[in-house]
Structures are given as structure tokens and as C-alpha cells.
Ligand binder design. Structure first.
Ligand code: MG
Ligand code: MG
Length: 260
């Protein structure tokens, strides 16, 4: 069942999502060679709690941490650890909060130090495809319009779209109906209605689309071990133009000209 949100509920969701953006901005200050992913997780958990919210990933299906941090060939759902970030790594940082009974969910893939140009191009294309998907997230369109926009853009550049993991509805629960694939055909899938809230989250691989589920029960990585990028926004469906509830403004303020 797809839950439509009232304007008041959407404002509460904006608060939860805004805090995700602030948390990502805080993390952006600390992402550099020599730092462990577990250290970043601790910063995020403290920051979220200090702002009167709960890190919604912590304990979700027994997930052990507050962030999903996926380095290089890891696509999503990486578990923070004592892995020390090194120059040239990329890390997808996926963050969720629950505030006032509503969820926020957003992800950003960061460069650690100097990253190879071809990897930066993958990040740029993934982020761009997110915004192209968001452009289609308006009343009267269908879920397949979003996936088609993401897939067409990325495949034209030689990248591939992960099939096993998809975006999702979001609200009082982090994962609600409908599923929002990053692939699909225009004019197909559930109709987008005003008040629907969805997380759009392209997961784009430099090599083949195939992934492996690691034995830790969470981490998903590319089968060919080539890099993968992940960007995510939570949006509310409106007439004419999607309302982006999460924000990269804090990340981009910290990264300045180095932002992807
Ligand atoms: Mg997420
Ligand atoms: Mg999500």
C-alpha cells in the first residue's frame, strides 16, 4: 500500500531529511586518508542524537551501525569498520534518521584525497542521473519514467545499473511501497501521485551490473570489483516539479570546488 502524505507530514519529513543533509556535511569535514569508517559512524550517531533524532539504520534488521559506508567496489550496505581510508578511495555514505515519527534517507559518494579521473566521472554521472530521475518524479508520471531516465543516461556513458537493489517509498517507515528501480521503461509502473514520498537512489557500476552479497550478511559489492557509486535523495511528489526533501547543500559547502 502506498501512503500519501499531507503537507504537514511532508514538512516533518523535510526536517528528518534536512538533518541527514547536515550530518553528511559534518562527515564531509572528516573524510580524508587515515580515518576509519567506524570513526565516521560515531560522528554521525552523536550528531544525529544531539539534534533530537534517532539514527534509523541502527538496529534495522539488526544492522549494527548508524551509517552504511561502502568503499570502492562496495555498492551499498557496507558496515563501518576499522578500515582506514586511503588516498584515491571513494566511499558511499548512506545516512538515515527518524525524527518526529518520520524518516530521512540520503546518500552521497565522497572522494578520499585524489581520486582517478575515470572514477570521478562515474561519480559525476551517477549524481547527474539522480537529478534526471528526480525531474521525472512529478504527479502524473510513472515510476518507470524515473528508472528510464537514470538507466538511459548511465548506460549511454558505458556504465551499468544495479538490478538487485532499488529506491523505495518512505515515510513513517524507512522502506515503504512502491519500489523505485533505477532501470525501467517509460510509462510503466505505479502512477506518481501528489503526496507520495520516495527515495531515488541510483547505484551505478563502472563495469558490469552484476553484484555479490558478501558473507557478512550486508555488504553488496560488484562482482568484477570495479568501483560503484551511489547518490540518493528523498523527494515528495508534487505537481510540475519534485520537492527534494534531503539536501547536499551542507556537503557542497564543505567541499567547495572539490564537490563532484
Ligand atoms: Mg539510503
Ligand atoms: Mg534508501
Amino acid at each position: 500500500m502506498i501512503f500519501l502524505k499531507t503537507d504537514e507530514e511532508i514538512e516533518l519529513m523535510r526536517e528528518a531529511n534536512h538533518l541527514v543533509g547536515m550530518t553528511q556535511g559534518e562527515l564531509a569535514k572528516h573524510i580524508k586518508p587515515g580515518v576509519t569508517t567506524l570513526y565516521l559512524d560515531k560522528i554521525a550517531e552523536e550528531f544525529i542524537r544531539d539534534h533530537g533524532a534517532i539514527p534509523s539504520f541502527l538496529g534495522y534488521n539488526d544492522f549494527p551501525n548508524s551509517l552504511c559506508i561502502s568503499v570502492n567496489e562496495n555498492v551499498v550496505h557496507g558496515i563501518p569498520s576499522d578500515y582506514v581510508l586511503k588516498d584515491g578511495d571513494i566511499i558511499s555514505v548512506d545516512c538515515g534518521t527518524e525524527k518526529n515519527g518520520f524518516c530521512g534517507d540520503s546518500a552521497y559518494t565522497f572522494c578520499v584525497g585524489e581520486v582517478a579521473e575515470d572514477v570521478k566521472a562515474l561519480l559525476r554521472a551517477t549524481k547527474e542521473s539522480l537529478y534526471l530521475g528526480i525531474e521525472k518524479a512529478v504527479e502524473g508520471n510513472r515510476v518507470g519514467d524515473i528508472g528510464d531516465a537514470v538507466q538511459t543516461y548511465c548506460e549511454k556513458r558505458g556504465y551499468s545499473v544495479v538490478r538487485e537493489l532499488v529506491g523505495h517509498g518512505i515515510g513513517r517507515k524507512m522502506h515503504e511501497a512502491p519500489e523505485v528501480p533505477n532501470y525501467g521503461k517509460r510509462g510503466t509502473g505505479p502512477l506518481l501521485k501528489k503526496g507520495m514520498c520516495i527515495a531515488i537512489e541510483p547505484m551505478i557500476n563502472m563495469g558490469s551490473k552484476n553484484v555479490v552479497f558478501e558473507s557478512d550478511g550486508w555488504t553488496v559489492r560488484t562482482r568484477d570489483r570495479k568501483p560503484s557509486a551511489h547518490f540518493e535523495h528523498t523527494v515528495a511528489i508534487r505537481q510540475g516539479k519534485a520537492d527534494i526533501l534531503s539536501t547536499f547543500e551542507y556537503v557542497e559547502a564543505v567541499l567547495g570546488n572539490n564537490a563532484i
